[in-house]
Structure formats: structure tokens, C-alpha cells
Design a protein around this ligand. Sequence first.
Ligand SMILES: [Mg+2]
Length: 229
Amino acid sequence: MIRAVIFDIDNTLIDFLEMKKKSLGPAVDAMIAKGLKMRKEDALAKIYELYKRYGMEYKLIFQEFLKSVGQSDYKILAAGIIGYRSRREVKPYPGMVKVLHELKKRCLKLAIVSDAPNLKAWMRLTYMEIDDMFDVVVAFDDTNVAKPAKLPFEKAVAELGVKRQEVLMIGDMPEKDVVGAKAMGFISCFAKYGNKEVKTGKSGADYEAERPEDILVIIDKINHGKLSD
Ligand SMILES: [Mg+2]
């Protein structure tokens, strides 16, 4: 019987890469308008390369970018940061909010275990207007260790007050979310819609969700042995 569902945030609740893409376009346009001497596609490619090196949450990405292309200039930097923030679109995957409401209707407890820094995690939940739906939120600063370490999962499950085998964990990264969930004795569900790189059946998870609505189908199947309509 599943009594609690733990969600990852990025690429599980929210299309994180799409959000970055939508914010970076206007950021680069703004920098070019203020004097950045580079083609837009080259600038974007360079920024993604730096994200790969420093991580997608890297705070000084534009500073690093301008330095790396030999054009450090506060005028361009300020324009880039403002351009990035101006088009911030933090949207949940289509259908996800309805899924969360349905889970609440089924009296399931909901939690977050995310490697994002606490403020970023809360900002994203609040932007999406789903921050009130979660009973427990564990983000990076709560334990200072990243998934698949047990500590963040242990903190969440202790606060949820359920047994480990009553938890379904949903995430887009097999090496973090699935491996972590399995080590804890949770039932695991791979958010396939958030990670196109892993082939069907290769995530190692107990279940795979092709779209957010599949989460309900999986839970109803486990709890009632039936498919939801
Ligand atoms: Mg993720």
C-alpha cells in the first residue's frame, strides 16, 4: 500500500531544460544588444558547455561565460542577467498539477527530495503554485548531501511518518533517484517523460511513467489492483 509519494523537482515536476532554454535566449539577445561580439548560437553553445562543466545550478554562469570569451564587461553582464530573469517561465509538465491534486484526493502524503539548493527549490515550487501541496520538502541545504545518499531520503521518510515500503519515489535520474529509492526500500518510478536519454526498461526502476498521468495509474494499480480511468 502506497501512503506517500516523493518527487524530485527538476525534470520530474518541471521541465528544467526547457526553462533554461527559454531564459537563455533572451539573456544572450540582451548581451548582444549591449555589445557582446558573438553569434547567438555560438554564445548559447558556450554557455551550455560551461553548465556542463560547472553544473546546471552554477550561479556565476554569465560572469564565467564573459570571462571565457574575453569580454568581461559589467554593462553586458547586467543586461544578460536581467534578460535571463525577464522571461523566467517555471511551468510544471502538462497534466502534473492535476496529478498532484488527484494524489491529495487519494489522501496520499506528498514530499520533495531535491538536490537543488533550498531557496531555488522553494522558488520553483512557489512559481508553479504547488508549494502548499507538499507535506515535506527536503532540498540540498537540509542535509548537504546529494542523492543517491540515504540521508535526504531518510529525513523525508522520517518527517512523512510512513514505512519505507509505503513510499513511491519518482525521479528522472536513474543514478540518483532510482538507485537512491531502491537502497531505501522504496518502490521506484522513473519519470521517463523527463529524461529521453534512457531507453524504455533500462532505468532499473520498478515502474516507468511515460507521462505524468501514468503516476496515478501505477499507484491505483498497486493500491487497488486496478487501472484508473
Ligand atoms: Mg531531476
